[in-house]
Ligand binder design. Structure first.
Ligand SMILES: *Cc1c(COP(=O)(O)O)cnc(C)c1O
Length: 443
């Protein structure tokens, strides 16, 4: 009997391209990407790994799984509010809507009344000044590091940045403040010692070579014991007398004091205490998009805005739109997570624990992102076997737990209440995978 070569039964490329589901994916995936998925599926069948009759369904599954971005949304069950590896601050609904608006042509640098060019990001600037009236002017750049580079370059390139040895910190992987400042062509003039710096140290350092004095909030570490530092209020008369700008890098991005985070510096207080310019990030405690904020004296902000480097570090329209909407809208997710109602958190945790039949443990969340290192955020966690952490991460939706002391802990603080059911389903699936009854995305 003649046997038909099964490879001849593999559907042809044009047939597969014409399938409604494949054509429907055109909006998301280019023809090149679709042809590649088809080629891979046909190849599997040619190698005998896939029966020809299943090519079509395998292709449809591959097309459905192929999203336009390879980034996966993650439910953050770590209790770490500003999680750098998860992209720091999740945006508010208002900020997301603003991003979508800004994704097309928008009047980011155009006055629609006159038809002429306007100041870029005027809306974000106005929103910042409304939120921080102590600032005379504001400039938004790409991120906090860019703000620091711009300030030190414009104020001190070829001259000195006077800074305390106790503040020359490494903030995150690859971000060492001294290296960053020296890369701008400014010379660091270090004063004091790691644990103690006095006003007289600054006084003897100031001179004709001084470009600016920099105070840095050492966000992610603390020196305890025999320490002393000079406050902005103490420094300000000295820098004013020398007519040298006093720059404060706050990092965190609080614009006004937050009673929950009493140790955390804020822009309004720093400016009131005599800082000429403050620097902060948009995606830390402010809860907005990645951005670097420069707030302070109008003449200095104007000098920074005029510097050629300002063009290289300018904020994109999406960030400007999201920042403005974050400042104008409801408290963003970061602020909600920091101020989570503890009874509500407890009852949500208990409900999921009851449904899953697992214990609840006290668990401290953290601010993260280099902010408020010593501040625990008390709460609770579901305790699961350590082995579910992997299936949870690779499941759909992906859930990132905290693995600690041989357990997989789920802290609901950073998860919107509306996602509790999805967490429950994800845990059930992950537990089933662990027991060999199912498979996650990676499976
Ligand atoms: C986080 C931080 C920065 C860097 O800001 P990015 O927005 O991450 O570039 C700079 N200085 C301090 C004190 C910080 O905490």
């Amino acid at each position: 009997m003649d046997q038909v070569d099964p490879r001849r039964l593999i559907p042809r490329t044009d047939e597969l391209l014409a399938l409604p589901a494949v054509r429907g994916a055109r909006e998301r995936l280019s023809e090149r990407v679709l042809r590649e998925l088809i080629r891979q599926t046909q190849e599997q069948a040619r190698r005998g790994e896939l029966p020809p009759a299943q090519v079509e369904s395998a292709l449809l599954a591959a097309v459905a799984a192929r999203t336009a971005t390879t980034l996966h949304p993650v439910l953050n069950a770590t209790g770490v509010v500003i999680h750098t590896n998860l992209g720091r601050a999740p945006l508010s609904a208002g900020a997301v809507a603003a991003l979508v608006t800004a994704s097309g042509y928008v009047d980011v640098e155009l006055d629609l009344e006159t038809g002429s060019r306007s100041r870029r990001g005027a809306g974000a600037r106005a929103a910042l000044l409304a939120a921080c009236p102590a600032a005379e002017d504001a400039l938004v750049v790409n991120n906090g590091a860019a703000a620091l580079v711009l300030a030190t370059t414009a104020l001190a390139a070829g001259r000195e940045v006077v800074v305390s040895r106790g503040e020359l910190v490494e903030i995150g992987a690859g971000f060492r403040l001294p290296d960053l400042i020296e890369s701008t062509g400014a010379t660091l003039h270090e004063v004091g010692t790691t644990n103690r710096t006095h006003l007289r140290d600054y006084a003897s350092a100031l001179g004709p070579a001084t470009g600016c004095v920099l105070k840095v909030h050492p966000s992610n570490f603390r020196v305890d014991g025999f320490t002393s530092a000079v406050s902005l209020a103490e420094l300000s008369p000295l820098t004013t007398a020398h007519e040298v700008p006093l720059v404060a890098d706050l990092g965190s991005g609080l614009l006004a004091p937050d009673p929950h985070l009493p140790q955390e510096p804020d822009a309004a207080t720093a400016l009131a205490n005599g800082a000429d310019v403050v620097i902060a990030s948009g995606d830390k405690l402010l809860g907005g998009p990645q951005a670097g904020l420069l707030l302070g004296r109008a003449d200095i902000i104007a000098r920074l805005a005029r510097h050629p480097l300002a063009r290289a570090v300018r904020a994109d329209k999406l960030a400007l739109a999201a920042l403005e909407a974050t400042l104008a809208g409801e408290p963003p997710p970061v602020v909600q997570a920091l101020h989570a109602d503890l009874e509500r958190l407890r009852s949500r945790t208990d409900r999921l624990a009851g449904a899953l039949g697992v214990p609840v443990l006290p668990h401290d969340g953290r601010v993260g992102g280099g902010g408020a290192p010593g501040v625990p955020l008390p709460g609770w966690a579901l305790q699961l076997p350590e082995g579910v952490a992997g299936p949870l991460r690779t499941g759909d939706p992906a859930v990132l737990p905290r693995v600690h002391d041989g357990s997989c802990l789920l802290d609901l603080r950073c998860i919107p209440e509306g996602d509790d059911e999805r967490v429950l389903d994800a845990v059930r699936r992950a537990l089933a995978t662990l027991n060999g009854a199912g498979s996650g995305r990676a499976g």
